[in-house]
Design a protein around this ligand. Structure first.
Ligand code: BEZ
Length: 261
């Protein structure tokens, strides 16, 4: 599904995804090399699920070497167009082949798309040098709960058997994810789970755009008329809780972790 993402639409309507991650880069604290030459000794960082490369670029601007990877070809094409001086690769995070090459692995708003977390963590551990750090933020337990509840209800209202729906997202608790990290040799040194209600762009169209961009796998078997009805049902259910003064909010809840090899 991710390979079909419209990278230009993503950049137009979802700038908040990278804007909200500025303090995650502060936690990453990229270490530049020699201040005078910036040529030796700095961090080498893997940006896992880099999307269209905005955070890869922010990290690189701190004087470190960064490799941005994403499974979506459209996203990587857009990243290469925007930042031709940076290194991007189309890669599946479940099948990383790097061996002790990185001082840090960074990931923002990507890991909730991968429902096989252990494959990712295995590859991250393998990619990190000894003492290297894994700094990540993604959807945690309870993320977009109101949106999901309304969407399932709307699908049921449309006569769709909801027990056959496969949910494409992974939103773990701290305990669950921490256990997986430790099982694979990464020591959890920091973890937090917090609500971050997030303002959606384009005012009245906010939830509709979000659903079309991110929940397409729930909708794409329906005709466009049926989709419009389902979306309108979701909006009606959510308006009392996620709509204020002409603006929609997504009920995001983030898990943020730091782990060390
Ligand atoms: C999130 O950033 O939390 C998210 C984005 C798209 C779908 C689900 C969750």
């Amino acid at each position: 599904m991710q390979n079909q993402w419209d990278a230009k639409l993503y950049d137009r309507n979802h700038t908040f995804v990278s804007e909200l991650a500025t303090d995650l880069i502060e936690i990453l604290a990229p270490q530049a090399g020699d201040c005078a030459t910036r040529s030796t000794g700095g961090d080498r960082i893997l940006d896992l699920g880099c999307g269209t490369g905005d955070l890869t670029n922010k990290i690189a601007s701190q004087g470190v070497e960064v490799v941005g990877i994403d499974s979506a070809t459209t996203m990587i094409e857009q990243a290469r167009n925007k930042y031709p001086h940076l290194h991007f690769e189309v890669l599946d995070a479940r099948n990383l082949q790097y061996k002790e090459e990185f001082d840090a692995v960074f990931s923002n708003a990507a890991l909730h798309w991968i429902t096989e977390p252990e494959k990712v963590i295995f590859g991250v551990h393998q990619a990190l040098k000894s003492g290297g750090r894994f700094v990540a933020e993604f959807g945690g337990k309870g993320n977009v709960k109101a949106i999901i509840t309304a969407l399932y209800q709307a699908l049921e209202n449309a006569g769709y058997p909801v027990n056959t729906i496969s949910n494409p997202w992974y939103f773990p608790s701290i305990a669950e994810y921490g256990n997986l990290l430790e099982k694979h040799g990464l020591q959890l040194t920091f973890a937090t789970l917090f609500d971050r209600p997030t303002r959606l762009e384009e005012r009245e169209k906010g939830v509709q755009n979000w659903l079309r961009m991110f929940a397409n796998s729930f909708l794409d078997t329906f005709s466009s008329e049926q989709q419009a009805r389902i979306i309108s049902d979701v909006e009606n259910q959510l308006r009392p809780v996620l709509y204020q003064n002409g603006v929609w909010f997504a009920d995001y809840r983030r898990i943020r972790i730091v782990a060390v090899k």
